[in-house]
Design a protein around this ligand. Structure first.
Ligand SMILES: *Cc1c(COP(=O)(O)O)cnc(C)c1O
Length: 396
């Protein structure tokens, strides 16, 4: 990039950040679909392997298209460094595994994405790491858990699927006092509406599969943090364990970032409207959306987010049978566990994304059998409302 992107506003960074034109002077970002690189002479190869020049070595380490995606995302996030990964889960796992040792301690909020829960609950303990879950909304529980030296704190806010919030600034302060590195899974808020690094977190992770691609095409992820951490701790782990993003997927993600703000703004507007619409339906017993005045953490939402995301979770009376009836009666909104897509998607968390949890764990998280989660897309709001109205009318 010839101009310094750091002064540009987010919308500009999304279109221009990280742009590196080849000598062909192409308008749009080029796709470098190559695994390896050649050197002018043996001495240049030697210097590259010693880290004395910035030649590319191998696409598991780095690739020009992937670099453009990483730099664009870093400019958007206001982070010093970014590494792109093949999936969101590779980003989450690498952010933890690159820095943890046997005997270390991790504290995590309980309401995290299903596979993140499995990493903390089942995989890390196999390597002698002590892991503790807390109710992320309860600062007393965080304080108690962080009264012992801790190495990493992992949290998601808003959480899936009940859209509970964690006070990122308060938890980061407690975590730092306990010596912990704070990792925030920022998928639900998107980089547009919540800036964990400014709130005190140390690392931000994304599933780029969600809003960043947002068009149901490919998987991807990213880890963002300060340059020292990324170079010293993250880079060696990334290079040698191989979670790199494919250049082709990076190119799709890079182009997808250009429209991110336009898509997500509309999706978020639609979701808040739909949340208000659901609130007025007699068969709906509960509506969760951080933008609603009735959200138990509405004040925190306004303090730490500048937008409220495109998800709305609601509960219908009649439990699982009623929830299934609604999902099956919808003609426009598809049944799918994905989210952030331009197409509106509905899922029944208790029998899908959270089916591996015990009944007790689900009830701790508020995921009752009547709960449905909608990821609101870009369809016309009236078509979405009519679809839901018809589905709700199918209830006895
Ligand atoms: C989807 C998701 C992930 C995992 O990302 P993948 O790209 O599916 O591997 C992690 N965290 C959250 C909050 C997600 O929604």
């Amino acid at each position: 990039m010839t101009k310094d992107p750091s002064n540009y506003r987010q919308e500009t960074a999304l279109v221009r950040g990280g742009l590196q034109r080849s000598p062909n002077r192409e308008t749009s970002e080029a796709l470098f679909l190559n695994s390896g690189y050649v050197f002018d002479d043996a001495a240049q190869a030697e210097a590259a392997f010693k880290g004395e020049n910035d030649n590319y070595i191998y696409s598991r380490y780095g690739n020009p298209t992937v670099t453009m995606f990483q730099e664009r995302l870093a400019a958007l996030e206001g982070a010093e460094a970014c590494y792109a990964t093949a999936t969101g889960m590779a980003a989450v796992f690498a952010s933890l595994a690159c820095q943890l040792n046997a005997g270390d301690r991790v504290v995590s909020s309980r309401a995290v994405f299903g596979s993140c829960h499995i990493i903390v609950d089942q995989i890390l303990p196999r390597w002698g790491i002590e892991t503790v879950f807390v109710d992320g909304t309860n600062l007393d529980e965080w304080q108690a858990a962080l009264s012992k030296p801790t190495h990493a704190v992992f949290l998601e806010s808003p959480s899936n699927p009940m859209l509970d919030l964690v006070d990122i600034a308060a938890v980061s302060e407690m975590a730092h006092a306990a010596g912990a590195c704070v990792i925030v899974d920022n998928v639900f808020a998107t980089p547009l509406y919540q800036r964990p690094l400014e709130l005190g977190a140390d690392i931000v992770v994304y599933s780029a599969t969600k809003h960043i691609d947002g068009q149901g095409r490919c998987l991807g992820g990213a880890v963002l943090a300060d340059a020292a951490f990324m170079t010293e701790r993250f880079m060696p782990f990334y290079r040698h364990t191989g979670p790199a993003l494919s250049p082709f997927n990076a190119w799709i993600m890079l182009k997808a970032l250009e429209t991110l703000s336009v898509r997500v703004e509309r999706q978020c507007d639609n979701s808040l409207d739909l949340a208000r619409f659901l609130l007025a339906q007699p068969k709906v017993t509960k509506v969760c959306h951080p933008g609603l005045e009735s959200h138990p953490q509405a004040e925190l939402a306004r303090r730490q987010m500048s937008g409220f995301g495109n998800l709305v979770t609601f509960e219908v009376e009649g439990g699982k049978a009623a929830a299934f009836r609604i999902a099956d009666a919808l003609r426009l909104i598809d049944i799918s566990n994905n989210l952030g897509d331009t197409k509106s998607l509905i899922c029944h968390p208790a029998t899908t994304t959270h089916s591996r949890l015990s009944e007790e764990e689900r009830s701790q998280l508020g995921i009752s059998p009547g709960v449905l989660r909608i990821s609101v897309g870009l369809e016309h709001l009236d078509d979405l409302k009519e679809d839901l109205e018809r589905a709700l009318a199918a209830l006895p």
